[in-house]
Design a protein around this ligand. Sequence first.
Ligand code: FE
Ligand code: CA
Length: 515
Amino acid sequence: MSTRRTFLLATSGLALSSVAPRLLAQPRFDKSPFTLGVASGYPQPDGIVLWTRLAPDALNGGGMPDAAIDVTWEITDSESFRNVVRKGVERATPELAHSIHAEISGLQPARVYWYRFHVGGATSAVGRFRTAPATGAASDKLRFALASCQQYEQGYFSAYRHMAREDLDLVIHVGDYIYEASWGSNRVRSHGVGEPMNLTEYRNRYALYKSDADLQAAHAAFAWLVTWDDHEVDNDYANDRSQDLDPPDEFLRRRAAAYQAYYEHMPLPAWARPRGPDARIYTQAGFGQLARVFVLDDRQYRSHQVCPRPGRGGSTVVKDADCPERRSPDLTLLGAEQERWLHDALDKSTARWNIIAQQTLMAKQTRITGGEQGYWTDGWDGYPQARERLLGHIAARKVSNPIVLGGDVHNAIVADLKVDFDDTKSPVIATEFVGTSITSQGPNQKITEAARQNNPHLKFSNGTQRGYTAFDVTPAQCNARIRTLSRVTDPQATVSTLASFTVAHGKAGAQPDSA
Ligand code: FE
Ligand code: CA
């Protein structure tokens, strides 16, 4: 593997160029280059990452000259920008599609700041973020929203318009930020083109999604932490294997293009910049003594899904008798290195709440097919020993108040997590909240309800509504409100709370709030 990747790096054309591009000292724009908005991410007690991309013709490659351009950023402590507290210049280069990832330090902890960019006489929209509390600070609250799965064609991003109006410190996005493919019924808008395969096509797909005003509003309103799932590259991919079993070298070239476009469009720090088909994006973020967030990557390093259909990669549903390999301890969802890192990071955490943000449903969710339990091989049910290792570690080390966040299944699920799901007496050791999707169509409620009844540790499961989940964490409790839209195909959709749950400090398992 490493030999192949080194070869790819050298020949893919995505490797860093040793020749610096020409600098355009005094750019002039016919129209604003800030068409994709602004974003911030990865808040620290003294710093933040500020993002924008210069793209006057965003949907067609960007429309920028083949030259570097210096962009000015400024940060203020009041919305009027009367008192600029930090100011600097960041170079936008064609290599990174003229995106900016300005890593700012020297800020005060737990403070709200506003920011904007200037270039060639144009000024960007204003963004806002809050820095994290100081590491040792006994902060009294953390508010964040959980989002995932935003198929552009299946609805409007109204969930983000409503999210932007909440009082939040953070947004956590757990994947399917773009979709590579068109699918589903009742589409209200169109990708306009087929699946992206190369860097230009992935850039144009991100530009299409990021041209949405509601999505821009949620980025401008709060700092984000992000991870990807499969659709940022290709449905159901696993490591170097695509669902169509493309030659791995070919698929890794596609993955490199997709990862680079992802980096170019997210407020990620420079350490997350891809090197060919490899990009480390898993990380942790502290919020005083109150909470620590662990952001995982369960796509890049995972074992291939077991027992695929003949001639295919990707997922399927299997029964135990037909697929004993599923229980192999050799299977990994995170990869050995990330798994070790996570165990170690959980051991070292002194936070009251430990929030594990990952892609998909962690709880067991079997479906009965032909009188037997069926397991979906793309989720944690396809990697049960890996799940047992993680939950076993959490139980053995008595990790303080573990909360698992997920997405992927387009279904709002609240679950009790156990080391042994088959034993109803096995203690509840962590609490899971899977968000519904921003737009992507969900499962039939009859199937969902049957699965819930078949899996008693699932306390709530509703895939009929689109939206996000809003969390309110205090030293005493973690409250989750499932916020859903009146209708995802209505650009003026309203939002309401479908259900809400609370986890008390020291007692794993969410309890429904009385209405
Ligand atoms: Fe999805
Ligand atoms: Ca997915």
